[in-house]
Design a binder for this molecule. Structure first.
Ligand SMILES: C[S@@+](CC[C@H](N)C(=O)[O-])C[C@H]1O[C@@H](n2cnc3c(N)ncnc32)[C@H](O)[C@@H]1O
Length: 246
């Protein structure tokens, strides 16, 4: 089974002499829609719920931020569901390959809700009058000791009753659950046509780049950043999504 979204991901399908750290370069951007759909359990269902969340939380005359936007899946879902007036979406990614493809998708999209696409590190982005902020599988690529600063800055730039959507791959604090969910994640990737070698080479490439933490650590950090209401609204194996309300 392969997804019908873009070029097929064959990046790790041949034996590599040396597996280097994963980067969001042209090669990855080219196959990213296929890659994320076949690698992140529940990704499609999660994104399909964004319109429901947008209608609930996006406020008139506010900003929405898609931090680590990649090809703009969240931005597009927001763009097609925002009802209020005078809303702008700011989509940010530090991969020029992703940003350039994201811009193409936005240019070919009919909605007239303004989108500003910025090629920069999310650590440099000022958040202002935000009613909806998405970190959809992005925070996991930032070193853990920098995560609180980012969340605090997001909290400070948000309107009251605004929402942060934080989606992450998580780990577990006991070996049994860790193995259990890892096995199911591997089974998911195999069901999507990835071979054992592809799965193993990709795992090595991501090892030092994607740092998962436990749900408890994420919840505590969100509270420390200032969010009082925090809840898991979505989970598929070891991939979760939280809502944090200011
Ligand atoms: C797994 S992808 C996110 C998927 C995307 N949000 C979606 O829903 O389709 C992670 C993205 O975060 C970007 N990224 C990682 N670290 C970043 C940083 N420090 N600043 C900006 N973008 C970053 C990567 O370039 C990549 O495009």
């Amino acid at each position: 089974m392969t997804s019908n979204t873009g070029k097929p991901d064959v990046i790790y399908s041949q034996t590599l002499e040396k597996v280097t750290d994963f980067v969001f370069d042209d090669k990855v951007a080219d196959v990213f829609r296929d890659m994320i759909g076949r690698s992140v359990p529940g990704y499609g269902s999660l994104v399909s719920m964004i319109p429901v969340l947008a209608r609930e939380y996006v406020q008139p005359a506010s900003h929405c931020y898609d931090l680590g936007c990649s090809l703009g899946a969240v931005t597009l879902a927001l763009r097609h569901s925002i009802l209020g007036d005078d809303v702008k979406i700011v989509a940010v990614d530090n991969s020029s390959a992703m940003v350039s493809k994201c811009q193409d998708y936005i240019n070919n999209d009919a909605s007239d809700i303004p989108v500003e696409i910025i090629c920069d590190d999310i650590r440099n982005i000022e958040i202002i009058k935000a009613s909806f902020v998405a970190l959809n599988f992005t925070l996991q690529f930032i070193t853990p000791d920098e995560r609180l600063t980012i969340l605090k800055r997001i909290f400070d730039g948000m309107n009251n009753n605004g929402v942060l959507l934080l989606s992450e791959k998580i780990c577990f604090d006991n070996e049994r659950d860790q193995q259990w969910m890892t096995d199911l994640h591997v089974a998911f990737k195999k069901a999507n046509g990835y071979s054992d070698m592809e799965i193993s080479q990709k795992r090595s490439a991501l090892e030092n780049v994607l740092i998962p933490e436990t749900l408890d650590v994420h919840k505590k950090r969100l509270h420390e950043a200032g969010f009082e209401k925090v809840i898991v609204w979505y989970q598929c194996f070891n991939f979760i999504s939280l809502l944090a309300i200011k």
